[in-house]
Design a protein around this ligand. Structure first.
Ligand SMILES: [Zn+2]
Length: 243
């Protein structure tokens, strides 16, 4: 997309709200462009996993989706940390949108994947149209999406993969309030917009997880369920908000 197109659509997003653009049910695909840090790019299979999991989740939620990968990696001052994820990367995207630097942004989501440790906070960051996640090493170790059920036991690999869906969801305008969690026997299953916050220490959990979502479903509070599972597709309430 050209510069004027990006700025015009960014302006429209400011006046309509980011969710409003998709509410028109435009037949255009959701376009996601992905950049890897130098260290992330060294992991074989990362591109296939990002494309597989993000593609499967977005296709099920919104229909048409286009995911492409920047031709060369991005050199970052660090792989982790708020400064890189929340300041450096968004600035690169904005610079690219006005024709400075070598990042060529797209209209919907500009996603950076780094090799930072996803167990450190912040593991990711997003604002409208821009997302950044750590965890490249772990995502690269996931089995292929075609061999993986949509709900999986909690693991760092699965949490890092779900984090992709979480931050891309934010970049497309949805939030924790659209997330869901449900009991399945002894297990609690967290959707991408709730994710690992479901099992966070109570103060963090209360800050990040709503008592009930925008679709009126309550989020189970009992952290004593013996098994933790992660949903690697958007839940119904999330998908509805994405459309
Ligand atoms: Zn979030």
């Amino acid at each position: 997309m050209n510069r004027r197109g990006f700025l015009a659509s960014a302006g429209a997003a400011l006046s309509l709200g980011v969710v409003g653009r998709r509410a028109a049910r435009s037949p255009d695909p959701v376009v996601v462009r992905v950049w890897f840090s130098d260290a992330a790019a060294a992991h074989d299979g990362l591109e296939a996993r990002v494309e597989g999991y993000l593609g499967a989740a977005l296709e099920a939620a919104v229909g048409a989706v286009e995911i492409d990968f920047a031709p060369s990696p991005v050199s970052l001052p660090a792989e982790n940390g708020r400064r890189v994820l929340a300041v450096h990367w968004p600035a690169k995207v904005v610079e690219g949108a006005v024709g400075m630097g070598d990042v060529d942004p797209v209209a919907d989501v500009n996603l950076l994947v780094t090799d930072g440790d996803p167990r450190e906070q912040p593991a990711g960051y997003a604002r409208p149209r821009v997302a950044a996640v750590t965890g490249a090493k772990y995502v690269a170790r996931m089995s292929p999406v075609a061999e993986t059920p949509p709900v999986v036991p909690y693991s760092v690999r699965a949490a890092a993969t779900q984090l992709l869906l979480h931050e891309v969801g934010h970049a497309l305008g949805i939030g924790h309030e659209n997330g869901s969690a449900e009991r399945d026997g002894d297990a609690l299953v967290a959707s991408p917009m709730i994710g690992s916050y479901l099992w966070a220490p109570v103060e963090l959990r209360e800050k990040q997880v709503p008592a009930s979502n925008t679709c009126g479903a309550s989020i189970p509070e009992d952290p004593s369920a013996s098994e933790r599972r992660l949903r690697l597709r958007y839940g119904d309430c999330e998908a509805q908000a994405l459309r």
